[in-house]
Each structure stands twice: as structure tokens, then as C-alpha cells.
Ligand binder design. Sequence first.
Ligand code: PLP
Length: 313
Amino acid sequence: MPLPEITVHYKDPHSYPSGIAFLDEQYVSMEQAKISVLDYGFLHSDATYDVAHVWKGAFFRLDLHLERFFSSLEKLHMNVPYDRDEITEILHNCVALSGHRDAYVEFICTRGNSPSFSRDPRDAINRFMVFAIPFGSVANKDQMARGLHAAISDRVRIPTSSVDPTIKNYHWLDLVQGIYDAYDKQAETAILLNENGDIAEGPGFNVFAVKDGRVRTPGHGVLQGITRRTVFDLCAELDLSCRETQISPEELSQADEVFISSTAGGVMPITRLNGTSVGAGVLGPIFEKIKKMYWDKHSDPQWSLPIRYSSSA
Ligand code: PLP
């Protein structure tokens, strides 16, 4: 039997959101943004990333995302051949070229691949990439208006003794399985526990409970979210008590208000937990205050960096 011919050009059966990526030193469309199957980012989830958003034509708190990204790189012994200013320019160019005024901007460093497929991570050449696609949110419009329905999962988020959660990472199988558990319980999303049985975080978000006017969020086993940090900053301005603490599943269920935070959507309400109403079952007054201030702050020059859409990359 003759060997089959190698197909060099093929038609990609998938479709992609519109956007621009930066990969191997080039700006390309999302259809063209492909990595090698030998990349350890794919084979071993050996990667770190960050996500910033652009709202009404400006990045929000990009400096904090860059700080977290560089800290994750250092903890994973990875290097990118760009400094902060150069990465800022690449991120900016992806958004400007995409034309999106509201964008989800992800930047990634994978371990890359080693020419000999060596198992020594030091032999791999790290790969940096970026993409800018339309803004996305954990909660859709309807869920934003009425509040998400969440289920507290029995699943334990990968322990901090296994993977440092302050490194933003792709160890998401527990989170994805948690989403399916939630669907089985007729909920829309999941909240996972930490190894002590307390509340940790959910798929792409941090969790907040409000009780007697005080705002609380778990401190252990969670990503130090930039939106979470922003909630702390906003509470300080609003003169609201906001602290890290252990929160048991029972305490979360008995909260007056529950909300979540993510770059993908900002602050978002949860009005049902395990099939039961949270507090009055409607969007809470403290959540509403924080949400308004969160979006108002997007036009504060101290926290935003405008995109120059007319510039060419
Ligand atoms: N927790 C996890 C596991 C996440 O993946 C994310 C964001 O993707 C968050 C929390 C929220 O972090 P941030 O506010 O920086 O988007």
C-alpha cells in the first residue's frame, strides 16, 4: 500500500470568534492562531496566563494583570522575550487591530516544546502568545439581571499544596467537572471547596458573601483575582468592611447576598444556591453599589489605558 499523502493545507472544521492573535512574533487572525501538538502547555497544562479586559476602548487595571503574569512566570521558571512595555504594546496592537471596543484579552506563556521531546522542562523553549476577542462574561444578560443559580459542589479545588493558586493556571478539570455536577443539580454554575471543606472559588471567578453589611471572601485556595482586589479597593472607598476569611458552605447559604467576581463579567450576582434563594432572592443593595462603582471606575484615568484604534501595528 502506498503511503498516504501529507495534507499541508486543510479546511479547519471549527469556527472562531473574530479577533487578532499574536503568535511566534506575528499578528494573525484567530483562524490562523495555532500551536504545535508538542507544546507542553497543551500536553501537560504546563502554562500560565492572564486575562485583562477592554471596556469602551480602554484596558482596565492592566498594570495589575501584568504584575500577576510576571510573578507567575517567575514562579514557574519561565521566560518571555519581552518586558512589560513591549507586552503592553503587543496587547494594545491585538485589540487595535481587532477593532473591538469591548474585548477579552488573554496572554499566555506555555512551556513550549523541546526539539528532542526531552522531559527536562529546562530544555523547552517557552512560547508567548496573545489573543483579543469580543468581551465575554461568566454570567449572560439574563443571569446578570436575575442573578445566577449556583450549586456548591462536593468537589475540592486542586489543593494549594499541589498547585499554587496564585499562579494563574489551566488546571481546570475540577472546575469543569464541577460545572457538570451543577448541571445535574439544575444549577448554572458551581462553587468548589478548598481542602478544609470551606468555600474556595468557581470556574473563572472568586466568591463573596455579604452578612450584616460586611463583605467576606475566602482567603485560602483561591486565585488572587484582579476583580477580587478591585472589590477590596471599592469597599474601602465605600467605607464597607471587606475581609478575607474562611467561609463554610453553611455560612455561604445563610448570607444576605452572594456575588462573584471575574475579569470576564466584573461583579455578578448569585441569587440561588443549591436550589434555595439567597437572602431575599433578588440582587442585593451592597452588590448593586459595588457593581455601579466597578463600571464607573472604568472611565477613571488612573485605572484605565485607552486604545489608539487608528494606529497601525
Ligand atoms: N479564580 C479562577 C480559578 C479564575 O480562573 C479566575 C479568572 O479567570 C478568577 C478566579 C478571577 O480572577 P480575575 O478577577 O483576575 O479575572
